[in-house]
Design a protein around this ligand. Structure first.
Ligand code: FE2
Ligand code: FE2
Length: 311
């Protein structure tokens, strides 16, 4: 680790392709939050809520977040990383099959699985991936609960398990790193892994599951830590700006600040909030639109089955 933190060199990718396997954590937000309220509120232990795969509470509402990253490193080699595994095994089995992820896992074509955080909609579908590749190398944020660790074992994981330490960037492949950030998110989630890539001649890309650490904090971390981190080329994933579609002045300020980073591609989905993306479009920010297929409901989001090319 260099002494000058802002000069941490993570290497460079020739290109990065992101396939959105599923960004629909769930289909109806009121249903999920009513379930949480009935279970005791936002500070309860998520494992006490009988959602799939632990029960069948509103199973039809449960989906999940997962993406496939396909990277070409400077030496021309190709690498694939699965980022999150969604929630409902029935939904994830379907989406993994529709996008050919099951076959890629079986053939050993996916080198690693990174779990962003322990929230049900990112993590509870892990069995749908592990059943095709139980020995996959798995990166989790250090701080996962004992129930979460037990669940990984129960779902059959026998491969290498890497607990990403808080605040210490870890290289996945040259040009792609993972960093674990502390968070205080609902249902007692205390940490979240974020991915950073350096794309040749373009700049950095940041990939978030929910971005509970705050999008501006996560961008400022890149600026102050990575060589080239002051040039952010693209964002992908959940930015957690207006997940409940409410709005206030503080969110206007977040978008105003976001506009000053000079980002060329904003490929948002999941918990970003439609309201937030509408306002980005109104402000003239370069939003990448999706096709609203496969369960995704709005073209403002890069949706299920959509691809973002970063090169
Ligand atoms: Fe989420
Ligand atoms: Fe989350």
């Amino acid at each position: 680790m260099p002494t000058d933190q802002s000069s941490l060199e993570i290497g460079v990718l020739n290109r990065l392709r992101i396939l959105c396997i599923s960004e629909t954590g769930w289909f109806d937000t009121n249903t999920v939050f009513n379930d949480i309220r009935c279970a005791g509120g936002v500070d309860v232990d998520q494992y006490g809520i009988p959602w799939p795969p632990f029960g069948d509470l509103h199973a039809d509402n449960a989906a999940g977040f997962a993406a496939l990253l396909e990277a070409e490193t400077a030496d021309g080699a190709h690498h694939r990383v699965l980022f999150d595994t969604g929630w409902n095994p029935a939904w994830m089995d379907r989406r993994f099959a529709e996008e050919g992820i099951d076959r890629l896992l079986q053939d050993g074509e996916i080198g690693a699985l990174v779990i962003s955080h322990e929230h049900f909609d990112h993590f509870w579908g892990i069995g749908s991936a592990l059943r095709h590749r139980p020995d996959i190398t798995l990166y989790i944020p250090d701080g996962l609960s004992s129930q979460g660790l037990a669940f990984i074992k129960e779902q059959g994981h026998v491969g290498k398990l890497v607990k990403v330490p808080l605040g210490q960037p870890l290289s996945l492949i040259p040009g792609l790193a993972v960093v674990n950030f502390p968070t205080h998110a609902l249902l007692r989630i205390e940490s979240e892994n974020v991915l950073y890539a350096q794309i040749r001649d373009r700049g950095m890309a940041m990939m978030t599951g929910c971005g509970h650490g705050g999008v501006l904090n996560l961008l400022d971390y890149a600026r102050s830590t990575f060589r080239g981190g002051d040039r952010i080329f693209a964002l992908y994933g959940g930015l957690h700006i207006s997940p409940l579609e409410d709005w206030d002045e503080s969110r206007d300020q977040i978008l105003e600040s976001l506009g000053r980073y000079g980002i060329a591609k904003l490929a948002c989905n999941h918990c970003t909030g439609r309201r937030a993306v509408e306002k980005m479009v109104e402000a003239g920010l370069p939003v990448t639109h999706g096709t609203a297929r496969n369960g995704s409901q709005n073209e403002l989001f890069v949706g299920n089955g959509d691809v973002v090319e970063l090169a």
